[in-house]
Design a protein around this ligand. Structure first.
Ligand code: NAD
Length: 357
């Protein structure tokens, strides 16, 4: 078969990757013409933020350590007041999706340039997408101002990410690549990145869980995070991301764990409609059945088996299935409520996914 027709659109951005690359941050700040940046982090990562601020010397105007999960608008407003008082001309976000979300929310409102130092594998740094929460509702926005200008991947910053968080964050990233393989806008470049991202994580995560300080595996995983984040920023997602968004929003389930538990089940649901994606996953995972391979990987990584282990009540299964088919969205396989309920049911109970291919 020849090449299917496609449209490919790349997001602009500069990526610096390596070990110790944070030491190049001053020159990245200067290259953007900035001289008074504010360093953002969560309270947990204040120490890392201070170290970055210190390394910037006179290029840094101050720090803000209030970043929180789901990017609450009140926190963004507090950060904006702080940034204005300091007359800052750019933001440096050091952390995972929560901190990066705050930087994006600030950039959306001010158009200040962003430099990001990612410390998890969630991939938000590569996307023009922001999910923020106002009045208990999470709203997703897409805008070119949201996309960070520069991303500095420093493997050394990921060495402190605990093993359990590394595992769930890594599967969260793989989910971006998996859905990119069967996205409506899929194209050969993104599919190559997706396949390579899945391969990199499948190889690196079992090593990291046993030995979180293994620099080689950490490097492979962070490379995977870049690839998978690029996939998320370039093409639309489908059932799996919709389910995770619904479950997170309605039942307040933790983001990365929900992704990690659901992924093999979502892939099982879509497998019959996506033979081309299954082929790519077979190659990436080196296993004949991608559904079983993904499920076995999550078991080997000691990720909680079922959504019930995250505290979700059983009566949520039917509601989640109903919500999953309410606002219609694109998916390679038609959305069938009963089948989706059966899929969520197995994910809830922590059972093996139904269909293999
Ligand atoms: P997170 O940013 O919430 O981090 C979890 C915790 O781990 C935090 O306390 C953080 O300070 C800590 N941490 C992070 N890196 C660490 C390190 N190296 N060492 C020690 N502690 C560390 O978690 P996340 O999974 O990266 O982000 C989840 C959020 O990101 C969700 O709100 C999700 O919606 C969002 N997200 C957005 C996009 C997008 O494109 N907009 C993509 C992926 C995720």
């Amino acid at each position: 078969m020849g090449i299917e027709p496609f449209i490919y659109k790349a997001n602009p951005g500069r990526v610096v990757f390596g070990a110790g690359t944070r030491r190049q941050l001053s020159s990245e700040v200067e290259a953007l013409g900035l001289g008074r940046v504010v360093v953002l982090s969560t309270p947990d990562q204040a120490e890392q933020a201070w170290a970055v601020a210190e390394s910037l010397g006179g290029l840094c105007a101050g720090t803000f350590h209030g970043a929180a999960m789901h990017t609450p608008v009140e926190v963004t407003n507090e950060a904006l007041r702080h940034i204005e008082a300091l007359a800052a001309d750019g933001v440096v976000s050091i952390g995972g999706g929560s901190t990066i979300g705050l930087g994006k929310a600030v950039a959306l409102r001010t158009d200040l340039p962003q430099i990001v130092l990612p410390t998890t594998y969630a991939g938000s740094e590569m996307t023009p997408i922001l999910g923020e929460t106002e009045n208990a509702r999470k709203v997703t926005k897409t805008d070119p101002r949201i996309l960070p200008e520069v991303v500095v991947y420093d493997v050394e910053l990921t060495l402190t990410l605990p093993a359990a968080l590394s595992a769930t964050s890594g599967i969260n990233a793989m989910a971006h690549a998996v859905e990119a393989l069967y996205a409506r806008e899929r194209n050969p470049v993104i599919s190559l990145m997706a396949q390579e991202g899945i391969r990199a994580f499948a190889k690196a995560l079992p090593i990291i869980v046993d030995d979180p300080a293994n620099v080689e595996a950490r490097s492979e995983a962070l490379y995977g995070a870049w690839l998978c984040g690029t996939c998320l920023g370039a093409v639309g997602m489908a059932l799996h991301h919709k389910l995770c968004h619904t479950l997170g929003g309605t039942f307040n389930l933790p983001h990365a764990e929900t992704h990690a538990i659901l992924l093999p089940h979502s892939v099982a649901y879509n497998a019959p409609a996506t033979p081309y994606a299954m082929d790519a996953m077979r190659m990436a995972l080196g296993q004949p059945d991608p559904v079983t391979a993904l499920y076995e990987l999550t078991r080997a990584l000691k990720i909680p088996a079922g959504l019930r282990n995250l505290g979700m009540a059983h009566d949520g299964v039917a509601l989640a299935a109903k919500l999953a088919v309410t606002n219609s969205y694109w998916n390679p396989r038609p959305l069938e409520e009963n089948e989706i309920r059966a899929t969520i049911e197995r994910a809830w109970a922590g059972e093996r996914p139904l269909a293999g291919v």
